[in-house]
Write a protein that binds this ligand. Structure first.
Ligand SMILES: [Zn+2]
Length: 320
């Protein structure tokens, strides 16, 4: 961290995902000055996860002479307006009911704000991405799960229960009796998420051990037809869901983020092809592209949300 940055207000931005925790020191422009990452202790309970965030925060603060003024969090699950997890899938054990804001405020002794991780990522793109200031967007995150956010009038649509944009829990066209992380069958996430693709590959190869998504991607790059079709199938299932969402919201722009960006064009090309193929002609001008901030979008967005809170702008100003 440079001397000039010391004179500017800094906050912590934290992304608590189903697999990893990403934490950074974020300036007012949404620049990440320092980033650390940890593994989410997803099976150890909420206190262990909050402790892990606390430890990453201590590390960041010791390297910035303690000069951070607030903490913003993007977390897996549906997060209520006061920062309590209202609902969560089974990626993180016992996460529902956790008071993320109170738990981190007491550990960090900082003003804290928390929202859903996909909402946080869409804020990152909206406030610091190359679509900065856009009024409309559909943001889709593909990683451990599949999530979405509908942006209208520059704000994220929350919906009646906070679940608007749940594109991962739309029914897929595949009826295979596969359990989704939410406990129901054959949702988009069960096939198009990272674990979903790994499972499809495992079933296709009848290999009980299974291999990870990175290896599947490497095989596909090397010309393995099974690995390639697993990725193309997932992209097509997600593409169909995005087409439905675009027909309902006409966002003009679809931004795809999350861990799947590690596969780059291997996933994005069949996804774009499917959307282009299925979109009605009136909506075919819709732009589809990868997140500008890559997989740092949720961390940056959470940090910028904390800056806004310090500026006196409440969550009412970012949600609708
Ligand atoms: Zn589901």
């Amino acid at each position: 961290v440079t001397t000039s940055a010391i004179h500017e207000r800094l906050v912590l931005g934290v992304d608590i995902g189903g697999t990893k925790i990403l934490a950074g020191v974020i300036d007012r422009q949404g620049k990440s000055l320092l980033t650390v990452r940890g593994v989410t202790p997803a099976n150890a309970g909420p206190e262990a996860i909050l402790d892990a965030v606390g430890m990453l925060a201590v590390q960041l603060r010791s390297e910035t002479s303690g000069l951070v003024s607030a903490c913003g969090v993007g977390s897996a699950g549906t997060i209520g307006p006061t920062g309590i997890v209202l609902r969560a899938t089974d990626h993180v054990l016992d996460w529902a009911g956790t008071d993320v804001v109170a738990g981190l405020r007491s550990r960090l002794k900082l003003p804290t704000v928390a929202v859903n991780d996909v909402h946080a990522a869409s804020f990152g793109e909206l406030w610091a991405g190359d679509c900065k200031g856009t009024a409309r967007m559909l943001f889709v995150a593909v990683g451990t799960g599949v999530g979405g956010a509908v942006i209208a009038g520059g704000r994220v649509l929350r919906g009646a229960t906070g679940a608007a944009g749940s594109i991962g829990h739309m029914p897929s066209r595949i009826a295979r009796g596969r359990m989704c992380s939410c406990g129901e069958l054959d949702h988009v996430e069960a096939f198009a998420s990272g674990p979903g693709m790994e499972r499809t590959y495992r079933e296709a190869t009848e290999d009980d051990e299974g291999i990870g998504l990175t290896e599947i991607a490497a095989l596909a790059r090397g010309g393995d037809p099974t690995a390639n079709s697993v990725i193309v199938d997932a992209a097509q299932i997600l593409g169909d869901a995005i087409v439905t969402a675009v027909c309902l919201t006409d966002p003009g722009l679809v931004v795809v983020g999350g861990g799947v960006l590690g596969m780059a064009e291997l996933f994005m090309t069949p996804l774009k092809n499917q959307i282009e193929k299925e979109l009605p002609i009136t909506l075919r001008a819709t732009t589809v592209r990868a997140a500008f901030l890559g997989n740092e979008a949720a961390m940056v967005g959470a940090g910028l949300l904390a800056h806004r809170t310090l500026d006196g702008l409440g969550l009412d100003s970012v949600f609708t």
